[in-house]
Design a protein around this ligand. Sequence first.
Ligand SMILES: Cc1ncc(COP(=O)(O)O)c(C=O)c1O
Length: 487
Amino acid sequence: TPSRLIFSFLVRISFTFSIGYRHQQTTAKRVEEVEFDGPCMKTEVPGPRSKILAQQLEAIQSVVQVNFFCDYEESKGNYLVDVDGNRMLDVYTQIASIPIGYNHPALTKVMTDPKNMGTFVNRPALGMMPPEQFSEKLVNGLMVAPKGFSRVQTMACGSCSNENAYKAIFIWYRGQQFLSLVFSFFFQVPGCPDLTLLSFMGGFHGRTLGCLATTHTKAIQKLDVPSFDWPIAPFPQLRYPLGQFERENAQEEARCLEEVEDLIVKWNQKGRHVAGVVIEPIQAEGGDNHASFDFYRKLRGITKKHGCAFLVDEVQTGGGSTGKFWAHEHWGLDDPADIVSFSKKMLTGGYYQKNSFQPDKPFRIFNTWLGDHTKNLLLTEVIKVIKTENLLDQAKRSGKVILEGLYNLQDKYPHLLSRARGIGTFCAIDVKDEDTRNNLILKARNKGVVLGGCGTQSIRFRPALVFTEHHAHLFLDIFNDAIAELK
Ligand SMILES: Cc1ncc(COP(=O)(O)O)c(C=O)c1O
């Protein structure tokens, strides 16, 4: 249809950024014009007010994972303010989910624009009666689609996106199988083929039932929950520094790729066909585990060879922090994936899919909300800001400062820190053990820096895209002080 053609044309427009955002005129104020000049701590975190609120919440909900309560009116730019008035530099951003900092004026403007009131007040369900500007906003907001994708399905969260992407893969796979419907009707439970999805040790794709079958990080996430018996391949365990272990790491990646291919062949032979392979470009929750771009290129080749769909989960890596809008762009492939899922920095969840993954009948991929149009409105502005303020280049520059700082710190404290790694601001470092890691995160927080852990002993850095070199230096100074206190 004409609208589909226009959509596909627009999403193919490449993401060209202008240079030197500091000197450019933009309609909204930039982060440095609106934010604070540094952290300011008044109490330990959590402070007394946070503790009272936690007690109140405990009466109705588990609070074990609540760190502290926040004042979202007062928070600005890279600074998160808590209910006790502590102002902290946020290098974690709600698990990588605040793309352009707190209370960005461009987003406040969207919220207060009378034109958008109907959307914010009514929050329409998008499945059956979408608003007039729905496709326009999808085209605008999602024109950062990876190369080769012209279709997008919005969803609510990351798990919900992957869960439905898995279904799309199975439906697609069945469509490829000769006379599949006839056979399933006569010889199998109708409509319930015994297909599988291959995932990787250390991968995280969410906590809903299907996703959980492909999530292999912490045992507690899977405890007591029945799961699918699907193939799991090893993910390369790279040794650092990379330059020193090139041969060993190449062997390790070859071993994992061989195992992937073996698994696909074996599971296909036993009649439990591998319909798809799901992987993160960097295993985030699992401990910021990287593999080389070449590993991913070869893996993509294996999926093509064996007719498996390739789902790249960019829920955490997508949105610009690696210095490219999608981390898989670093692989340099013309046809990198069949489906790419997103959420977090994209605000709305969802996935891009190739045309052939669109189910042929209604209600096969469906739920009431199918995302949230208020998020689509906000995302349109986020993408404008990323473009006009040249924030992908900013992520590269700030990431360089972070990574160099981490290398220095691990040289300075070799008994405590190791394996500094990262692309753009998507960086991490390992601490000698889990307790020390957790202790370091708390010490940094009380000094005014919010950090998060991942894996068993890593600290991950996930600042917003408005995190500048200045913030990186500030963070490294405070982090250094916190480490010094550990000795
Ligand atoms: C790579 C990846 N996939 C999926 C998810 C699940 O997203 P959500 O927590 O929004 O369900 C996450 C969450 O951290 C993630 O990092």
